[in-house]
Design a protein around this ligand. Structure first.
Ligand code: ADP
Ligand code: ADP
Length: 228
């Protein structure tokens, strides 16, 4: 199995309640997974644990048979090969689109950087925007830059936090389709969290429904039709 998440549990310090209880699932290479749940169901918590911004109380994560964390191991976030796309995109405002995307590629040689930049700009269809600054782009374009930046270093997995919450309703429909195409074309394994059932159904290969920190249901969008 490409990614294996086992029995991940988490409680915030000084709280009685459990934010995440025995979260387990396997993910195949290239799968698009949606974690769907109401506010407070544990969506941000699982993303933060996978990214390494939070340490789980117990459980494990392996990617391609490499242990990312378990009882004895904890790989630092930058060693995990996991990219993040934040809700507000978190682009560097004083850097151009090209510079933003190149940020994660510092270890590459100049020629390789140029090649990779061209590839990802093509992938997100922003070839003509390399020299622009984030404030000169629409919300949807900014999101594509954030995705390009996350994908550029060829991560094993990208995590997206509420990818549509900053876009207006009309754009959302178009961008869902674009985002799925980008992820599928790049064969990038991804997990995105959302509170919006429509987002999950439009984008995901499989949906994980979280309720009070527990997995309530897991299945393809078809499997889950009519369950709510
Ligand atoms: P979601 O992202 O689905 O809204 P969260 O993962 O943020 O849910 O929260 C899961 C649970 O953990 C909720 O009960 C929330 O109140 C609690 N929680 C989240 N962050 C903290 C924190 N920093 N300190 C204490 N409790 C928290
Ligand atoms: P989202 O679900 O959009 O990520 P949340 O409302 O869950 O937003 O959380 C926003 C911030 O507030 C996060 O940094 C989270 O850790 C923190 N937070 C959420 N719930 C609590 C809580 N019960 N106590 C303390 N901090 C919390």
């Amino acid at each position: 199995m490409f990614i294996s998440i086992k029995n991940v549990c988490f409680s915030y310090p000084n709280t009685e309640s459990v934010a995440l209880d025995q979260f387990s699932m396997n993910i195949e290479k290239g799968e698009v997974i949606s974690i769907l749940g109401r506010s407070g169901s544990g969506k941000s918590t699982i993303l933060r644990i996978l990214a390494g911004l939070e340490k789980s109380t117990n459980g494990s994560l392996t990617i391609q048979d490499e242990i990312v964390f378990d009882d004895n191991t904890f790989l630092q976030p930058e060693k995990r090969g996991i990219g993040m796309v934040f809700q507000d995109y978190a682009l560097f405002p004083h850097m151009t689109v090209g510079e933003n995307i190149l940020f994660g590629l510092f270890q590459l040689k100049k020629v390789q950087k140029k090649k990779r930049l061209k590839e990802v700009l093509e992938l997100v269809e922003l070839e003509d925007y390399e020299k622009r600054y984030p404030h000169q782009l629409s919300g949807g374009q900014q999101q594509r830059v954030a995705i390009a930046r996350a994908i550029a270093p060829n991560p094993h997995l990208i995590l997206l936090d509420e990818p549509f919450s900053n876009l207006d309703a009309e754009l959302q429909v178009k961008i869902r389709k674009d985002l799925r195409e980008i992820l599928k074309k790049a064969n990038i394994t991804s997990i995105f969290v959302t509170h919006d059932e429509n987002d999950a159904h439009a984008l995901a290969d499989r949906i994980v429904k979280l309720k009070d920190g527990c997995i309530d249901l897991i299945g393809s969008p078809c499997d889950l039709l009519g369950t709510t």
